[in-house]
Design a protein around this ligand. Structure first.
Ligand code: GLC
Length: 524
C-alpha cells in the first residue's frame, strides 16, 4: 500500500511538509509572574522552538474568556485575555515567529461561545432580541429538556432552562458554553469576520475546535436508542456541516499566502473523517484521533495507518498524526510511563505519512502531573496533561513559586535545560528527527509502504524519487532481529545507539530506527 503523493516538481504546502507544535499558553512560559503562562512568555522561549526545528506553532485559545473551559469559552473573539497579554503583545509574538521562519495558527472555536459573550447576553435578554436566533433556543416544559442529548463534562442534559425567557438553550459542553446557531446567516457572517480579523493581522491559519459539530438538524431530534448515554461529540456528523465548511474555506481563500485550517473532527474513524476534506474545498487537514485511544501495539498501528491511507488516499486528502494534546493523557503516561516507548513513539509520529502535531512538553518526554484534588481546575479532569513545562533544573523550573498547576514528575531531570546538555536525551532525539525530516523529502512527504517485519515490529519505507528511508519500530520489550537484505546506515536510533554506523540487523528492546539505504555513513 502506498501513501499520499506530492506531484513531482511541486513544492508541498507548509501544512503538508511542516511539523506543528501545540503551545498550551497557560503552561508554556510565564513572563508576568502570576504563575500562568502568557504571550510574552511564549515569545521569550522561541529560541527553544527554533532550536528544536518545528515549523508551525498552534496556540490554544488566548482570547478574552471567563475560563470556565480554560479559554474554550470565548467572550470576545477579537481581543486577548489580560491573563495572556494584549493585542500588541500578540503582534510582537506573531512578528517574532515570522522572523524566525515559523508560522502561527490560532485556535478558532466556532461551535459555541461563552455565556458571557455579548452575543449570548443579547440573545438571552428577551425572546424578541435581534440575536435570539444566534443560539439554539427551544420551548418546553422546565422539567423536560427538548431532547435526550447529554453535555460533555457534566454528563447531564445538553440543555439549560432560562428562567427569564422560559426557554431551553443548547450546550454540547458546559452550560457556560452555549452552542451557536450556524443556520442563522448573521452568525455565519460574524464568525467569518472573526477569521478575517486574525487573517488580516497575519496569522497563517487556524485549528478549528470541534468543527464537525457546527451543522445541526433544525429539529434537533433525539439520539436513537443505541446512542443514548453516549457522547454526542463523537457521533454528531451531518451533511449540512460540509456546506458550512465550504463557506469557511472561501474566507481563508480570500487571503494570499496559503492560509490553512486543521479541523478537530472528533469522530473516531478515518472513514468518517475523510469527507471533512471535501473535494479540496473544506478543511485543509483534519485530526485523526484514532491513535489516542489505541494501545502501543505494532498491529494496531499498522492497521490505523493502512485504514487512514485507504480512507484519505482516493481524495488525495493529507493525513495528520497526534499522540498527545491538552485533552488527553500524554502518550508517555498512556504507554505506561516507559521512556523507551516515548522515544520510539517520537520516531513513529515523525516518520508517518502526513502532518505530525506535537504537544508542548512531549519533546521533553513528559508524563502527566499528579494533581491533588485541592489543585484541580478543569471540569473535564484534564489537568494532568496541562501541567507547566519545566524549563530549568532548579526548584522553580523557570516559573514563579506555585504555578497554576503542579509540575509533571521528574521535572528537574526532564527540564529543557538539563536535556539540552545531554545529546542522548529525548529532547535531542526530537531535534534529530525534525532535522531528518527537513533533510529528506521521503520522510517529510514521501510515499509509505509497509515492509516485512517480525511480530511486534512495524517496519515501513518512505520514498520520494531516489530518496528512501526505512523505519522500524520495535513495540516489544525484547531485542528483535530485522535483517534487511540490503546494506543500510543507522540515521537515527530512539536509544541514540549506533547512529552513523552500519545497520547490524537487530533492534534493541523498545527501539525504533530510521535507516538510510547504503553502506555505513550513507546520508541519502
Ligand atoms: C475541544 C477542545 C477542548 C474543549 C472542547 C470544547 O475538544 O480541544 O479542550 O474543552 O473542544 O470547546
Amino acid at each position: 500500500m502506498t501513501g499520499p503523493r506530492v506531484p513531482p516538481g511541486t513544492e508541498p504546502p507548509w501544512w503538508r511538509s511542516g511539523v506543528v507544535y501545540q503551545v498550551y499558553p497557560r503552561s508554556f512560559a510565564d513572563s508576568s509572574g502570576d504563575g500562568v503562562g502568557d504571550l510574552e512568555g511564549i515569545r521569550s522561549r522561541l529560541d527553544h522552538l527554533s532550536w528544536l526545528g518545528v515549523d508551525v506553532l498552534w496556540l490554544s485559545p488566548i482570547y478574552r474568556s471567563p475560563m470556565a473551559d480554560a479559554g474554550y469559552d470565548i467572550a470576545d473573539h477579537c481581543d486577548i485575555d489580560p491573563l495572556f497579554g494584549d493585542l500588541p503583545a500578540f503582534d510582537r509574538l506573531l512578528a517574532d515567529v515570522h522572523d524566525r521562519g515559523m508560522r502561527l495558527m490560532l485556535d478558532w472555536v466556532p461551535n459555541h461561545t461563552s455565556d458571557q459573550h455579548p452575543w449570548f447576553r443579547d440573545s438571552r435578554a428577551s425572546r424578541s432580541s435581534p440575536r435570539r436566533n444566534w443560539y439554539l433556543w427551544r420551548d418546553g416544559d422546565p422539567g423536560t429538556p427538548p431532547n435526550n442529548w447529554l453535555a460533555q463534562f457534566t454528563g447531564g442534559p445538553a440543555w439549560t432552562w432560562d428562567e427569564r425567557t422560559a426557554q431551553w438553550y443548547l450546550h454540547l459542553f458546559l452550560p457556560e458554553q452555549p452552542d451557536l446557531n450556524w443556520a442563522e446567516p448573521a452568525v455565519r457572517e460574524a464568525m467569518h469576520e472573526v477569521l478575517r480579523f486574525w487573517l488580516r493581522r497575519g496569522v497563517d491559519g487556524f485549528r478549528a475546535d470541534v468543527v464537525h459539530l457546527i451543522g445541526k438538524d433544525p429539529d434537533l431530534p433525539d439520539h436513537p436508542p443505541e446512542l443514548v448515554g453516549t457522547n454526542v461529540v463523537h457521533t454528531h456528523d451531518l451533511p449540512v456541516t460540509h456546506e458550512l465548511l465550504r463557506g469557511i474555506r472561501a474566507v481563508l481563500d480570500e487571503f494570499p499566502g496559503d492560509r490553512a485550517m486543521v479541523g478537530e473532527v472528533n469522530l473516531r474513524s478515518p472513514a468518517l473523517i475523510a469527507p471533512y476534506y471535501g473535494a479540496g474545498d473544506e478543511l485543509h487537514l483534519a485530526f485523526n484521533f484514532v491513535p489516542l485511544s489505541g494501545p502501543w501495539d505494532a498491529g494496531f498501528w499498522r492497521s490505523v495507518v493502512e485504514e487512514t491511507l485507504a480512507a484519505l488516499g482516493p481524495g488525495e486528502a493529507w493525513p495528520t498524526w497526534v499522540l498527545s494534546n491538552h485533552d488527553n493523557p500524554r502518550h508517555r503516561t498512556r504507554y505506561g510511563g516507559s521512556e523507551a516507548r516515548a522515544r520510539a513513539a517520537a520516531v513513529l509520529l515523525l516518520t508517518l505519512p502526513g502532518t505530525p502535531f506535537l504537544y508542548a512538553g512531549e519533546e521533553l518526554g513528559l508524563e502527566d502531573a499528579v494533581v491533588p484534588p485541592d489543585r484541580q481546575v478543569d471540569p473535564g479532569g484534564r489537568d494532568g496533561c496541562r501541567a507547566p513545562l519545566p524549563w530549568t533544573a532548579d526548584a522553580g523550573h523557570g516559573w514563579p513559586p506555585e504555578p497554576w498547576l503542579p509540575f509533571p514528575p521528574d521535572a528537574a531531570a526532564r527540564s529543557a535545560a538539563a536535556q539540552r546538555e545531554d545529546p542522548t536525551s529525548v529532547l535531542h532525539l526530537y531535534r534529530r528527527l525534525l532535522a531528518a525530516r527537513r533533510g529528506s523529502p521521503a520522510l517529510a512527504t514521501g510515499t509509505w509502504a509497509a515492509a516485512p517485519a517480525p511480530d511486534g515490529v512495524l517496519a515501513y519505507t518512505r520514498q520520494t524519487g531516489d530518496d528512501r528511508r526505512i523505519v522500524a519500530v520495535n513495540f516489544t520489550d525484547a531485542p528483535v532481529g530485522l535483517p534487511l537484505g540490503e546494506p543500510a546506515t543507522v540515521g537515527i536510533s530512539s536509544s541514540a545507539r549506533g547512529e552513523g554506523g552500519a545497520w547490524t540487523g537487530s533492534l534493541g528492546p523498545g527501539e525504533a530506527v530510521v535507516l538510510v539505504p547504503g553502506g555505513a555513513g550513507a546520508t541519502g
